[in-house]
Design a protein around this ligand. Sequence first.
Ligand code: PLP
Length: 443
Amino acid sequence: MSHIIHRSLAGTPPVAAAAQGIWITDANGKRYLDACGGAAVSCLGHGHPDVLAALHAQIDKLAYAHTGFFTSDAAEGLAKHLAAHAPGDLTHCYFVSGGSEAIETALKLARQYFVELGEPERTTFIARRQSYHGNTLGALAVGGNEWRRRQFAPLLMDVVRVSACNEYRDRAADESQEQYTARLLNELEQAILDAGPQTIIGFVAETVVGATSGAIPPTPGYLAGVRRLCDKYGILYIADEVMCGMGRTGTLYAFEQDGVVPDIVAMAKGLGGGYQPIGAVIASDKVLAPLRTGSGLFQHGHTYICHPTAAAAALAVQQVIQRDNLLVQVQERGAQLAALLREALGDNPFVGDIRGRGLFMGVELVRDRETKTPFDPALKLHVAIKRHCLARGLMVYPMGGTLDGRQGDHVLLAPPFIISPQQTEQVVTHLTAAIREETEKAA
Ligand code: PLP
């Protein structure tokens, strides 16, 4: 019996024994093609020699030094790299150990910004339904995934919630994309006015929604509208790019494709590519200025902030992405993946939607394509597809049946940026077979 509290208490998962490139091998010698990067983490694949060399060098030199006493070349180098490659005046970094901590940091930084400005009455965040921002209490409070929130709700802060931008599910048949986008922005503006703009700290949203909904990008103009409303009412725009950031969508930050620059950005998974646990916040000059001229202190901190070994790994990952032009690779393989998915599954009666950006693609499954009726959640179709794919040696990231009772099962693909054209074909072949067989069984 395992002494670990695993994600499911029903059993112990297979032991991952080794990994190289996009393959993971379990203790029985079975190989799995990692088409989801774990959870959109593994951007360079496993065992990248440059990252391992940087990690070894850092551990040999300095594994850890507490930030109450020191900074490190590794953390300073990573911050310099991120500042040099971020748009606008996003130049101030804070390093933590993962995505939830990055979101907590973003929320606290935003709150302190207004306290330092002499506006302590700002206590409210606006966030969206169908969102996931992490599992710590602050992150869970802004997240809209009811299944994850339900039993902890009494402990969570109140958040004003607005609709997510989910064109496939929510755009009315007689509505243009522009009208749908305008409706969402009107809803957001009304929510701001109802709550009182002077009480609101910030608007928090994933740029491309990941775990809850399967790679849903915003409609054109949606985030530009969000930016305009935040500016109009003096509210901070906080982008959660924990899953979709750091190149996954074909640009370093997904919001670059929407022509906006947020005030605060949270990132994690692809930042360190899984080589070390690391997350970060990058914030604008505007956000840092009142803290500098005010208390001179960000009232936050964890034992492992700015961890030198984690920073060294992340810096190496980010340098490889730049050096090897991997953003172009993401764009090309992403276009191939999208085309293959559409070719193989576009006519499938149980595939409602295929969407995403770059190497961040989602497939939503429906029992009835016309009415978009999901499969019965009790069937746990997404679990069946995951199992089927695993039997074929393919890792995909499924979710299902948890959102407002409306949305059905979906599969998320987020392979490492180094995936080859042949491996991309392999992913689609196996996934298509799994979807065909399992949807037919469920129908
Ligand atoms: N934000 C988003 C968009 C995520 O997808 C996740 C994790 O899946 C998180 C935050 C939380 O990150 P972590 O699991 O590293 O705490």
